[in-house]
Design a protein around this ligand. Structure first.
Ligand code: HPA
Length: 248
């Protein structure tokens, strides 16, 4: 089954047919919200709002382990994760869409593994290529079919938040090679790999990162919300295309 994790601006998928809510308990506590199981272009999908139904859970407070565990327990073996990001690389302006192929993790203090030696014996996973190739391909195909310019590849830098970055932090991230910056890609992607879920990410650029582009003096929060809301209609069409390509 396909799972979709929705970020800021994507708390539900209106196109889901016969949606039903499934409340899950996990060994790691409660997921961000009930799962919504429904049909998208005839394919069964499971949706989860990463920040909760009312968008109240901050990035560093999200129970990533419970979220990924619950999706897996529901039968999900592929996840498309939608995230909103700031654009670092030139040309990644608000409204741009990116399917990243790499991650740099700047987060700290998050529960970031199932293999903590308590519930599960220690195991080291390979994470050279953090995103699943065939799923990225389906995502890119769905983007093209929707007539979107969906950038193929890029480095997602995951910051701790919830504050945005300083201009110097973004400069450093640019030197590190980060193209976009968000707060929720890690540990989510790594936990998916640990539990055996194929994972790809669709990033929506909602602002120029701190100190870049029109945001030299600061980032306007109102703009972020407006861009995110407008973009999610396009995202929903792409997600429909991914569902149509499921199993191919
Ligand atoms: N920084 C970090 N996370 C974000 C941003 C940003 O500029 N925009 C959206 N999520």
């Amino acid at each position: 089954m396909i799972g979709i994790i929705g970020g800021s601006g994507l708390n539900r998928i209106a196109e889901l047919v016969t949606p039903r809510r499934v409340v899950m308990a996990t060994p790691y506590g409660e997921p961000s919200a009930a799962l919504t199981v429904g049909s998208l272009h005839g394919v069964e999908v499971v949706f989860l709002a990463r920040h909760g139904d009312g968008h109240t859970i901050a990035p560093h407070r999200i129970n990533y382990r419970a979220n990924i565990w619950a999706l897996h327990a529901q039968g999900v073996r592929e996840v498309i994760a939608v995230t909103t990001v700031g654009g670092i690389r030139e040309g990644l302006d608000p409204g741009a869409l990116v399917a990243p192929d790499q991650i740099i993790d700047y987060t700290h203090g998050r529960e970031s593994t199932f293999f903590d030696g308590v519930a599960q014996p220690l195991q080291h996973i390979d994470f050279t290529r953090p995103f699943h190739g065939p799923m990225r391909s389906r995502l890119l195909q769905a983007g093209a079919a929707a007539g979107e310019v969906l950038r193929d590849g890029g480095v997602y830098g995951a910051t701790q938040g919830p504050r945005l970055e300083t201009a110097a932090e973004i400069e450093r991230m640019a030197r590190d090679g980060a193209d976009v910056v968000g707060m929720t890609g890690m540990p989510e992607a790594a936990l998916a790999r640990e539990i055996g879920i194929d994972y790809a990410m669709l990033c929506v650029v909602v602002n120029a990162a701190a100190g870049r582009g029109s945001n030299i003096e600061g980032v306007a929060m109102a703009e972020i919300t407006a861009v995110a809301e407008a973009a999610m209609r396009r995202v929903a069409i792409i997600l429909g295309g991914v569902a149509q390509r499921y199993g191919r």
